[in-house]
Design a protein around this ligand. Sequence first.
Ligand code: NDP
Ligand code: GDR
Length: 350
Amino acid sequence: MAQKVALITGITGQDGSYLAALLLSKSYLVHGLVRRSSSLSTARVDPLYNDPNLHLHYGDVCDGQALSRLVAQVRPDELYNLAAMSHVAVSFEVPEYAADSAGLGCLRCLEAVRAAGLGASCRFYQASSSEMFGPSPELPLTELSPFRPRSPYACAKLYAHWTVATYRDSYGMHATSGILFNHESPRRGRTFVTRKVTAGVARIAAGLETCLRLGNLDAARDWGHARDYADGMWRMLQRDEPGDYVLATGEMHTVRELVERAFAFVGVEIGWVGERGSRGEVGVDAKIPGVVLVKIDPAYFRPSEVGTLLGDASKAREELGWEPTTTFEALVEEMMRSDMELVAKGDLLT
Ligand code: NDP
Ligand code: GDR
């Protein structure tokens, strides 16, 4: 059988690195799109660098011409579009760029596939997001739940999501959207709340920092492990029929629980005092006697917030045989362990 060829945009990100490793382990030829920056951005894929089946190319999903050239050159059997400005809070500061990368980026990928004459052969995966649901009165959320996006990021992702459905219906393309709930790992960027907390607590335990500054502690998310979700992406493209699939654990935890669990890992039991972290409340929130460990900082509140997100992945379980394998407790433990090791090696000094 001919070797399968995959192209991953966003290969340098958390998910891209897990997906690349998975596809290489399945003997794919993997091409990755790397956004040029003044400093190296390939740390997450460095361990794969010497694999002869991995090829990295400079490009940008905001540059349609270069993208089209690359797709025509590598002629992928599977294209995974993971590239995006992926930070919800930051999207309020750079809304146009969020729309360009997360929204139009998807359109450019689909057009590049069509322009290369691969519309009938290339299977396409779009990284859709649970943020598209926004605040919802009914939980858990499924593929059929209504969308109420509440951030420039979510609006851009919803544009991409409907574009995928439109190309599927209009041109018969094998175009699939994975509506993924939050997934984390030791490779998560440090400005996302899970990694901010585990890296922060590891630094506090080592005496490198005194206090964590956080926003809405009452926000609740359905947190899974990125490795499981990369496996789900691949499974979606192995189906004969394209479609939409929710990937989620079906369990929801608050940021407060995350903080408590991370501190418990280093043997610190924190008591909560003062204000409870609702919008606009500023002040001391958690401490052990005499030591303030968590402060609520209004800088980390968003202009509009999605308070709770909980998913129902029944369709993925039934049609893809997909199962999340990592519990919230195990996830926090793995991230804490990894950040403690990085601190010990002197790799988390700032
Ligand atoms: P990351 O932020 O870790 O990675 C994003 C990737 O996109 C990076 O490789 C980044 O490059 C790249 N990128 C950003 N802008 C551009 C651009 N203009 N052109 C080319 N590449 C670009 O995100 P994740 O790995 O966590 O997520 C992957 C995708 O899945 C994203 O689209 C995200 O929005 C979506 N998603 C993520 C979820 C999660 O919980 N992790 C849940 C649902 C959806 P660089 O390294 O240079 O910054
Ligand atoms: P999210 O992830 O916005 O869900 O988007 P993030 O970890 O940024 O926030 C989760 C929740 O925690 C609250 N929060 C804080 N968040 C951050 N970043 N920093 C803080 O200090 C803080 N304090 C409280 C947030 O308000 C929020 O409610 C992620 C991204 O990966 C998206 O790309 C993806 O689409 C969605 O998950 C599903």
